[in-house]
Design a binder for this molecule. Structure first.
Ligand SMILES: Cc1ncc(COP(=O)(O)O)c(C=O)c1O
Length: 428
């Protein structure tokens, strides 16, 4: 006898292959010994534990500013936090946003990080085709497919999804172009950490605008800024938001405090034009859990108001140093075996393409690292490219020679050790 499941419930009964792989690794992971280059966790040292304690005290001891902080919150988000995020975006020139644009747009807080906003899109928007990059944020692509959406994955070059390929794929859709639900662009891509260039960012808006006009409906484009605050390469140009140029009112930005403060806060926001879609997103927050925990929103507000400048500096200085050391380690240990190594300017992933080495689970390279012959050697795990590219997309074959390596969670010496083990695995 089975429980009757919805199509979504049914497709969610089995964990995705990448989740199965990570769970298997976590099951017998030896803390401080095995090396996890697969996990997308931030580095523990970047989480300001003392400031979080201070923020909690500040909120609890000031009920005039942080009203009823331990009660239910409103579904659009804490007014304090909304105000703090706006001030932060403006004060730190994030995306070059100006006050007039921010005043014109609505900012709402999701119930549980940016992830809950991404999830809500799939509830609120009509199912159809989602246009995104390849490789793509595989966790979300998997969610979307389980919810009945189809992924149109456009291979990226050094600036983001290729425009010529995008146009070819749109043409190839024929009448199916009317089934596009939304565009989803990650501005520092996960897994590749390719930075979506400012011209490409704008060009994607132009494509979505053109299709919207042609179809006489608004086709939204969501820019996921998850890693945008982690731009640590001083040579990289600052990001430029397209929100001021969005004549049709179709562009939205999704931000998170996870990468620069703490993922455990679970604070994510959506910024874009108000209207029926935004109203539905607010209602969805209410349906999910009324609001993100109010006292946590107030803590985040306090932290943004008082400490974010120093925190951003410290976090980015740490990742910059790691990026340079890990890049040098990649060159030293894997250089001759690589076709490409991208990333290292923002976020905390490198994305490697090997000349010949296969990386998928079951390949000798993967097995050698995940199950070393000798128990005195640490196990090493990474995210195989097979999971990062769309399984039915143009890069499916290439993905078998790729991997995502995170330099976020583990400390540099352990990452360098893992790279030397990778060299050994290739040599064998
Ligand atoms: C591209 C991207 N979007 C969103 C998220 C999730 O952010 P949050 O912690 O706010 O849910 C991540 C997390 O790694 C991510 O890589």
């Amino acid at each position: 006898m089975n429980v009757s499941l919805s199509p979504y419930g049914f497709s969610s009964t089995e964990p995705s292959p990448v989740n199965r792989m990570m769970t298997a690794f976590a099951g017998d992971y030896r803390d401080g010994f095995d090396i996890n280059l697969g996990i997308g966790y931030v580095n523990e040292k970047t989480i300001p534990a003392d400031l979080l304690t201070q923020a909690m005290r500040a909120v609890a001891s000031d009920p005039a500013t942080y009203r009823q902080a331990f009660n239910y919150g409103g579904p659009a988000g804490s007014p304090n936090l909304i105000c703090s995020i706006r001030d932060f975006l403006l004060g730190h020139h994030i995306g070059g946003l100006d006050a007039a644009t921010l005043d014109r747009l609505q900012l709402i807080i999701g119930p549980c990080g940016a992830t809950s906003i991404l999830d809500a899109l799939a509830e609120v928007l009509a199912p159809g085709i989602v246009v995104t990059s390849d490789p793509n944020y595989y966790i979300y692509s998997d969610t979307l497919e389980r919810k009945g959406f189809r992924i149109l994955a456009v291979p990226e070059d050094s600036e983001g999804p290729r425009l010529d390929t995008l146009e070819q794929k749109l043409d190839a859709l024929g009448g199916g172009v009317n089934d596009i639900s939304f565009f989803y662009a990650v501005t520092v891509n996960n897994p590749s950490c390719t930075i979506l260039s400012n011209p490409r960012r704008r060009a994607l808006l132009d494509v979505a605008s053109r299709l919207s006009r042609r179809q006489n409906r608004r086709i939204p484009i969501f820019y996921d800024l998850a890693y945008e605050l982690l731009l640590h390469d001083p040579a990289a140009p600052p990001f430029r938001s397209v929100l001021p140029d969005d004549g049709l009112g179709i562009a939205y930005e999704i931000g998170t405090l996870s990468k620069v403060l703490a993922p455990g806060l679970r604070i994510g926001y959506l910024l874009g034009p108000g209207g029926p879609f935004m109203n539905a997103m607010v209602q969805k927050t209410s349906d999910t859990g009324f609001s993100a925990p109010l006292f946590v929103q107030e803590m985040a507000s306090y932290l943004l108001d008082h400490h974010i400048a120093d925190q951003l500096r410290a976090v980015n200085a740490g990742y910059r140093e790691k990026a340079l050391a890990v890049r040098a380690g990649i060159e030293q240990h894997l250089g001759p075996h690589l076709d490409a190594c991208i990333g290292g300017s923002a976020g905390f992933y490198f994305y490697l393409t090997f000349k010949e080495t296969r990386t998928e689970p079951g390949s000798p390279f993967f097995n050698r690292l995940a199950h070393p012959a000798n128990s005195t050697l640490p196990k090493v795990i990474y995210v195989p490219g097979q999971y990062c590219v769309h399984p039915r997309g143009d890069l499916a074959e290439l993905g078998l020679r790729q991997l995502r390596l995170s330099y976020g969670f583990e400390d540099t010496p352990r990452i360098l050790h893992a790279l030397s083990l990778m060299r050994g695995a290739i040599a064998e």
